[in-house]
Design a protein around this ligand. Structure first.
Ligand code: 4NP
Length: 165
């Protein structure tokens, strides 16, 4: 797994925080992985992350200077792994994925302590506590994903998994 794209709805709260945490952790483990994030929606293209996501990420030692963009069909060829924050993101990605649906996973699939199908909830209409909670979930999932990468475990689903919507 040499490249990963994190995806949420707006690309201003969850996925930039996931990107920042993953970049910090990959760097600290000495792993050279291409990392980006994007939104399924187009509302915030070009924007910095939400100020609460920036604060939460900086608190965790992350660079939060990324700008929002929308998912593009070319992303499915370019990235080895595409990680959705929730089921709606995942469904929207699978509609665009074509033959690359096996690359699409849910973020909390990589947290062995989370229930099957568990989501990273949208913190946009929440308060600071929701951003801390999302940050903690992302830390666990990032650690789990990087453990799998370091162990050489497959991080994508088998091809037939593309029909599992
Ligand atoms: P995100 O949060 O998907 O985690 O970036 C959201 C940000 C903005 C909106 C929705 C979710 N919005 O509706 O503008």
């Amino acid at each position: 797994m040499q490249s990963v794209l994190f995806v949420c709805l707006g690309n201003i709260c969850r996925s930039p925080l996931a990107e920042g945490i993953f970049r910090r952790e990959a760097l600290s483990r000495g792993l050279d992985i291409e990392i980006d994030s994007a939104g399924t929606g187009d509302y915030h293209i070009g924007s910095l992350p939400d100020h609460r996501a920036i604060a939460e990420g900086r608190q965790r030692g992350c660079d939060m200077s990324m700008r929002a963009r929308q998912v593009d069909v070319e992303d499915f060829d370019r990235f080895d792994l595409i990680v959705a924050m929730d089921g709606a993101n995942r469904r929207n990605l699978l509609r665009l994925a074509g033959a690359n649906g096996h690359k699409v996973r849910l973020m909390r699939d990589f947290d062995s302590g989370a229930a099957l199908g568990a989501e990273v909830p949208d913190p946009y209409y929440g308060g600071p506590a929701e951003f801390v909670e999302v940050g903690d979930m992302l830390e666990r999932a990032v650690a789990g994903l990087l453990d799998q990468v370091e162990a050489g475990a497959p991080v994508t689903r088998p091809e037939q998994g593309t029909m599992d919507m």
